[in-house]
Every structure is written in structure tokens, then in C-alpha cells.
Design a protein. Structure first.
Length: 253
């Protein structure tokens, strides 16, 4: 078992990360109530150290901040001591603001909910001295990318952090379309899941444009459907989703 990881907050992202990291690390979770911490532990299926905010001590610990960004100023005074490494998954909160919590080193991380299944795409930025530690820590829950600036991290947040929600919308819409044409809902779901599983493998080695060209034969069914997507401005909608999410991330600072 690796070194202990202390999570500040016990929401969905903390749970996703803890589920991935608990395979190799001891877990401490700091929360508002013992009841919520017990529920977290029961859902995780593994014992954790449960700590209330009033008793929180982060001295010399590896800490992951998982509270809502707006709650940072409220939570920071509870965190006594000086952490060894402080990782934050708070969207839009810059490294400078994280100094409200005392630590030797700081890193911003933006995983996504696929962390729960060990398949997160996590973007990282912060003190270069802990870059290798940060990559090693978050590679236990998937892939990582160390970026050169906080501006790049905010854009990465819009893409990989928020991306699962966008893909979920597309997945649901594709199933709805198949049902509208007469396919049973359960069958549509099976086909959609198989589609996404296969696509996730293909996209690792094939450029999206080439993948599209390989599927779309002249005058065929894919060409007809692709034309409908362009008419519906799906491409523009996806690009605008990244812009809107990036602007929102910047506004949280």
C-alpha cells in the first residue's frame, strides 16, 4: 500500500479518485459530517480514515482538494498545519489562490469521472518539483498530461474535464434517434456502448478526419447522416461548448 492520500471533501470527484487510488494508497477523507463520511466508506467498500473539518490536520500530508470552488475560502481555515503536496481539482481556481492552504508544493489537476474506472484523462500544472510525483499519482487512475501554463489547463478542463458530459449527450441522442426509427431502447443502448468502446480504441491511433473518411463511402448511409450532423451545426456546437466552458473556468478565478 502506497502513502496515504487525504481528500478534502467527499463529493463525486473525491469518490471517483478515491475508488481509483484506494487500490494502491491508504485513504483519509475530511468532510462535514460523520454520516456522510460513513456513506462514502460504505460506497467505496474499503476502510478509510474519517475526519471532520474541525479535526483536520494536513501537516506533512499529500492532500487533494475536492470541494466546490466557491467553498475554498470557507474550508481553508479548518486545514491546520502545512501539507507536503497539495493537489487541487477545483475548476478555475488558480495556483495563487490555492496558497490560502499552506503547503510546500502546489499542483492543479483536472481529472474526469472516468477516474472511478481507472480511465481518467487528467491534465496537470504546477510546481515542476512535483511534476513526476503528480504524474505518478494520477496515472493510477488513467492517463495524464503535464501542461505548461494555467491557461492551457483551463482549456483542457473544457475539453477533457467536461468532455464526458458532452459525449453523454451525444450517446443519448444517438440512442434516441435509433429508437425514433424503430429500434428497441435496450438494443440501442447495447449498440451505443459497443460503438463507444470500439471508437475509443480506434481514436488512439487514427486521426479523427481519417477515421471519418474511412467510414464514409460516396453516397452511402454515413455520408447522409454526416450531412445531417453538419446541417445541425454539431461541429460548431462542440467548438462553442469548449469556448463556453473555457470562459466559465476563467470566470471562476
Amino acid at each position: 500500500m502506497g502513502k496515504a492520500i487525504t481528500f478534502i471533501g467527499n463529493g463525486k470527484m473525491a469518490f471517483a479518485l478515491a475508488k481509483g487510488l484506494s487500490k494502491t494508497h491508504a485513504i483519509e477523507v475530511v468532510g462535514r459530517s460523520l454520516h456522510s463520511l460513513e456513506s462514502f466508506e460504505n460506497s467505496l467498500g474499503k476502510p478509510i480514515q474519517k475526519t471532520l473539518y474541525a479535526d483536520a490536520n494536513i501537516n506533512a500530508k499529500t492532500v487533494v482538494l475536492c470541494v466546490k470552488p466557491a467553498n475554498l475560502s470557507e474550508i481553508a481555515p479548518y486545514l491546520k498545519g502545512r501539507a507536503s503536496q497539495l493537489y487541487s481539482v477545483l475548476a478555475g481556481i488558480p495556483l495563487e489562490s490555492l496558497r490560502a492552504v499552506s503547503s510546500d508544493t502546489y499542483c492543479r489537476a483536472m481529472p474526469n469521472l472516468a477516474a472511478e474506472s481507472g480511465a481518467s484523462m487528467t491534465s496537470l500544472v504546477g510546481d515542476e518539483s512535483i511534476a513526476s510525483d503528480a504524474v505518478a499519482l494520477f496515472e493510477t487512475i488513467g492517463k495524464t498530461l503535464w501542461l505548461g501554463s494555467e491557461k492551457e489547463l483551463d482549456i483542457a478542463t473544457a475539453l477533457a474535464g467536461s468532455g464526458p458530459a458532452y459525449l453523454a449527450l451525444i450517446a443519448e441522442a444517438l440512442c434516441d434517434g435509433a429508437v425514433r426509427e424503430g429500434l428497441k431502447r435496450d438494443d440501442a443502448m447495447v449498440l451505443m456502448r459497443g460503438l463507444f468502446e470500439g471508437f475509443s480504441t480506434l481514436i488512439q491511433s487514427i486521426h479523427p478526419a481519417l477515421l471519418k473518411d474511412n467510414v464514409m463511402s460516396p453516397g452511402g448511409t454515413t455520408a447522409a447522416g454526416y450531412g445531417a450532423l453538419e446541417k445541425g451545426k454539431v461541429r460548431e456546437g462542440c467548438m462553442e461548448a469548449i469556448r463556453a466552458a473555457h470562459e466559465r473556468a476563467k470566470s471562476l478565478k
